[in-house]
Design a protein around this ligand. Sequence first.
Ligand code: PHE
Length: 339
Amino acid sequence: LFEQNQAKIKSLKDLDQLNQTRVELLGKKGPITEVLRGMKDLDANERPKVGAFANKIKDDLQASIQERKHDLEQAVINQKLAEETLDVTLPGDAVVAGTPHILAQIMDDIEEFFIGQGYQVIDGPEVEEDHYNFEMLNIPKNHPARDMQDTFYIDDQLLMRSQTSPVQARTLEVHDFSKGPLKMISPGRVYRRDTDDATHSHQFHQVEGLVIDKHITMADLKGTLLALAQHVFGADRKIRLRPSFFPFTEPSVEVDVSCFRCNGAGCAICKYSGWIEVLGAGMVHPNVLTAAGVDAHVYGGFAFGLGPDRFAMLKYGIDDIRSFYQGDQRFLSQFQQEG
Ligand code: PHE
């Protein structure tokens, strides 16, 4: 009985079968129980022998069932482990990290530069009052200078700001000069009624700058802009100021940077002049100070407005301003920020 069944037990392939066999062999209806139950019919001197023999077989069968059970359980575990193995040497899926938009990078860089020079960064509304966008900046209603900047009107008082200069007027109104000079920049979006093409966009960006104190001169403006140009475009840049006109500055200038997209004067981007226009600036018009309640006989200073879109186009040789606003990853991913 033992030998025959031991072979059988060893050949069983799963735990259910094993359990079934255990019940058949050792259970209440199994042969061993039957033998033990039949003991009462045996001679008294036969009983110990038969009893011992039956119990030994019972123990041996139990032991081999236990052994088989252990083996089968181990096999189940091993199979599971084999199925769940990870091949850590397989190449993973690349995780593409996002990066700040190229315009955000340029604007952050410009902000860092001015913060380092002690400027505050001030926000202003994109939906602006005609009052701040034009009138406080020495551009009365029906003044021809309004033609320079046609914008989108919400109603006859409200418009999409056409420049960041209204933040100058708003800040001048509230600045307390008894606490010190005013040095601010204001980055943000502006709007113009232009038809979009490679060099025009109905929406673009500006960074406004304003410095007002008691003894600010045009040399301060020039030094500031030279440092900025060298920071953004390279240490060996020069700048040049050309006379220009803005209603809110007098004198007004347009600022050129020495050409860096080509050697010498010979390229179209620099209009074959060796210089490339990058921003507008000037000394703040007394009317602007007076309108904001600042004493123009005591205080004065400079203002400038630059276009980060244009800065980025010049710096990286981007030839279509619309690229900034189309969200095309093939364009944007070329400007992955390091670190
Ligand atoms: N606001 C002017 C523009 O959008 C730029 C500018 C700002 C000029 C400040 C002078 C001083 O064209």
